[in-house]
Design a protein around this ligand. Structure first.
Ligand SMILES: [Zn+2]
Length: 351
């Protein structure tokens, strides 16, 4: 009896003791649950780069990044994949737990190689585009806008480049076109400058020849050489724009210089002389021709009104007609010609 009483007593105490212990443990567990969070510590190359709740979700995100890269990706090298370690973590800042932070770090160290198409001008890379079709389109668009006599050296090269490098340099077709065209236009200007120079040189040579011929002819006749000194001729209009120069153009040889200005603007005699024509003449429209002697004549075409008549002497600068657009003309201008012994000269060498 006594022994069984004792056992009962001890069992009761033991039960009480366990009860207290388990309550205590529950309190501790509750405390841990509130204060600490089970998170995966993510390390990359030995460095902690953040904490995530799910290892699987994180890996899925990394795979999605690799699978959804834009452009012609040829290879992705992620030297080391992150390592995960489950930890009870306290005081984790909100930002450190974000998967995006971890993903950004993984992206940063990933080496993505893409296939791109570089457009080169004279061997120097000028633009990078996504496909060969785009590159070809850019090149043909640029070439079609340039005089075919100019040899624009544009090449397309397939290249493999690091995506980081591409992201800073790759452009749309439109931007590529604009950028390359800037450089091409320099070449065009250079070409045109050289053309103009050689034309001017050719004109000077011809002029020199004409002078020599004239001098020879006149010395034979015993007359004085024709006056070709600068200042003999003046421009037939003031404040006009030259819209077409003397010389070869696509529609044929242009025998004079076109000075464009408003209809009705006075046209002045380029030099003193005698009017030998004043009327309408084919594609010239309303035309005045003045003979200055010594083989020189000037033509004033497309006039709207004529103020002089044949046989009349005019002085240099006298108002002889008004600007118009008669005859073969696309807008108000005076087509001005200087002729020597019937051959046209480049008026811009004289006025
Ligand atoms: Zn003309």
């Amino acid at each position: 009896m006594f022994i069984s009483k004792c056992i009962k007593y001890y069992l009761k105490r033991l039960a009480k003791f366990y009860c207290i212990i388990s309550i205590g443990l529950l309190i501790i567990a509750g405390f841990i649950y509130i204060k600490y969070k089970p998170l995966y510590k993510v390390t990359l190359n030995g460095e902690v780069i953040g904490y995530v709740e799910s290892k699987e979700k994180m890996q899925e995100k990394i795979e999605a990044f690799a699978n959804n890269l834009e452009g012609n990706v040829t290879s992705i090298t992620i030297e080391e994949m992150p390592k995960y370690e489950l930890e009870l973590v306290s005081d984790v800042k909100e930002s450190e737990t974000k998967e995006d932070v971890v993903l950004a770090t993984v992206k940063e160290q990933a080496e993505v190689i893409c296939k791109v198409y570089a457009i080169k001008l004279d061997g120097t890379e000028k633009a990078i585009v996504n496909s060969r079709e785009e590159a070809e389109q850019v090149v043909s668009d640029i070439k079609s806008g340039v005089n075919s006599e100019i040899n624009v050296n544009l090449e397309i090269e397939e290249e493999e480049k690091n995506k980081k490098e591409i992201d800073n340099n790759q452009t749309t077709m439109e931007v590529a076109k604009l950028n390359i065209n800037k450089d091409v236009q320099f070449q065009v200007q250079e070409y045109e400058r050289k053309q103009a120079e050689s034309r001017a040189a050719e004109n000077r040579r011809k002029q020199q020849e004409e002078k020599q011929k004239a001098a020879q002819a006149s010395s034979k006749k015993g007359a004085s050489a024709p006056a070709t000194s600068s200042g003999m001729f003046m421009r037939p209009v003031t404040n006009a724009i030259i819209t077409s120069k003397y010389g070869q153009r696509s529609s044929g040889f242009h025998t004079g210089t076109d000075f464009a200005t408003a209809t009705g603007t006075p046209i002045y005699a380029s030099a003193a002389g005698t009017v030998i024509y004043s009327g309408t003449k084919g594609s010239y429209g309303k035309l005045v021709i003045i003979d200055h002697g010594n083989g020189y004549k000037t033509y004033y075409a497309h006039c709207s009104a004529l103020y002089v008549s044949v046989g009349q002497s005019v002085s240099k600068g006298e108002n002889i007609a008004a600007v118009g657009t008669t005859g073969n003309s696309t807008g108000p201008h005076v087509h001005f010609e200087i002729r020597y012994n019937g051959n046209t000269l480049n008026p811009q060498n004289y006025v």
